[in-house]
Design a protein around this ligand. Sequence first.
Ligand code: NAD
Length: 351
Amino acid sequence: MPTWLVTGGAGFIGGNFVREAVAHGVRVVNLDALTYAGNLESLRDLDGNPDHVFIHGDIGDRALVSRLLAEHRPDAVLNFAAESHVDRSIDGPAAFIQTNVVGTLALLESVRDYWKSLQGAAREGFRFLHVSTDEVYGTLGETGKFTETTPYAPNSPYSASKAASDHLVRAFHHTYGLPTLTTNCSNNYGPYHFPEKLIPLVIAKALAGEPLPVYGDGRQVRDWLYVSDHCEAIRTVLAGGRVGETYNIGGNAEKQNIEVVQAICALLDERRPREDGKPRESQITFVADRPGHDRRYAIDASKLRDELGWEPKYTFERGLAETVDWYLANQDWVRHVLDGSYRLERIGVSA
Ligand code: NAD
């Protein structure tokens, strides 16, 4: 049974990834600092499962990470841990540099030393996979797509910090020979997504009858990928990706933000109509644009398709409908995030 050390596994994508990895027969050691974005309620179904070991700690804590590596002898380390919200990076970039850059560097140093200590097949087969974003490439005009050779041009403190971490991963491969893989993925959505991000935020506000804030003219374009497709793509790259390479991951689902908000409104109107019968689109409110807001992202994921045969399984329409249904069925999870009681979970206090 393989063992993977997953960092940031109490977050949105990391949590989905951990659940799926355990279901695929992997023993997961999950290291997470439980920042505001970490939520152990998202992992409740793994309580008592011997194949999931949760460790509360920081990727920047070299002593802790080295001890975990020595104790659990993982076959791979997957780095999801990050500060991930662009708006928060505009208000306070320092935490993004601390975790995404300084933390990733510390993690890389610990992992390099562990990898060097391995022998034979264990050393040969070991991988460090770094999970990153398409935002490192900056913004596109009306046409074109990001490929793995698009020059980096990050525009927000978040994307600048992720770009720096990608460069460190690259450097650790070229300088020390660490067998690394990097994935750059488009916007994810799906179950357990923290309701500060567009899709879960709009679902929560739409149900509460509140205004639905849309930045600028709402015509910014993002590519959307259902989270389980992302998790499968990461497992695919881990299993067959060429060492030292980067792989773009995308959903072939370019949408304007306003289209996404309208689609959510339509799904909710169908499933849970407002008491006054008004369409939820009437709640849409345009607000001042985010500073430095990138206009369009689009991903060319043909390298991953051609080399490793991965393609997304979900259309945006199916993924969004399943996401809306998940939020409707899991209102307690949302309520505990919104009222802050999910944070009590970490110290074992029941809400
Ligand atoms: P998230 O904010 O939901 O989760 C991040 C997790 O990392 C949280 O559980 C948090 O507690 C943990 N964490 C933060 N700092 C830490 C530290 N110093 N040590 C240990 N744990 C720490 O983020 P997400 O949306 O799940 O994103 C996961 C990764 O995927 C990130 O690296 C992000 O850049 C990348 N990514 C996200 C998207 C997206 O659409 N969400 C798209 C592409 C790439």
